[in-house]
Write a protein that binds this ligand. Structure first.
Ligand code: HEC
Ligand code: HEC
Length: 153
């Protein structure tokens, strides 16, 4: 009898908790009471295009794009990004060269040009807008976890 009561209490607590947490996430459906009614989408935020290269959150992070990519064609036949970021074009464009990993096939074979698996840049690199995150997170930079920077003594 007591166990049954305890189980019911736990179940009730979980039910309440799921409602409380569910409220924290913005709804993707229409606003209540009728979720089928379409409401206008928020306008897209402006991207940061100040040309300042951003620090990476960790060494392997694909750096975010600090400039506008408005109207840059990126298709099977044309890659506007490579017209500046390709090794042969960096002197004229001042753009950082795509790094060595971009020339590597998945068998680590080096190619003369960008590897097919790195061709579609925006698969990994994205522009940034200065907005509040939808959901908070507790990411901590590894340099704040007690690691002494090399050569800092
Ligand atoms: C007209 C030349 C040009 C084109 C086209 C261009 N970039 Fe850039 N890119 C630059 C320059 C120059 C920088 C250095 C920062 C700055 O001046 O904005 C840069 C910086 C970057 C960075 C930051 C690198 C870092 O280490 O922080 C990324 C990522 C990037 N570009 C990706 C792209 C992608 C993806 C495209 C295509 C959608 C693209 N770029 C098209 C010139 C260009
Ligand atoms: C599969 C994911 C992926 C794709 C696709 C990709 N990149 Fe990257 N890129 C990365 C990662 C990860 C890094 C950072 C680590 C590294 O250099 O490998 C990076 C680094 C860079 C850097 C900084 C290089 C440096 O030495 O500071 C530039 C510039 C860049 N990418 C441009 C591009 C462009 C232009 C394209 C499209 C032709 C592209 N990337 C496609 C993942 C990707």
């Amino acid at each position: 009898m007591m166990t049954q009561f305890r189980l019911t209490a736990i179940f009730a607590a979980c039910l309440v908790a799921s409602f409380v947490f569910a409220q924290g996430v913005p709804e993707l459906s229409g606003s209540s009471p009728d979720p089928m009614v379409s409401s206008p989408a928020e306008p897209l935020k402006q991207y940061v295009t100040d040309d300042v290269r951003q620090m990476r959150a960790y060494p392997e992070q694909p750096p975010v794009i600090p400039h506008s990519i408005e109207g840059y064609q990126l298709s099977v036949n044309a890659n506007r990004c490579m017209s500046c970021h390709r090794r042969e074009h960096t002197e004229g464009s001042g753009a950082p060269m795509i790094s060595i990993t971009h020339y590597m096939t998945r068998e680590t074979q080096m190619l003369a040009d960008v590897s097919p698996r790195r061709y579609f840049c925006t698969q990994c690199h994205v522009p940034q807008a200065d907005t509040a995150p939808l959901i908070g997170n507790s990411f901590t930079d590894m340099s704040e976890m007690g690691v002494n920077a090399a050569g800092s003594d």
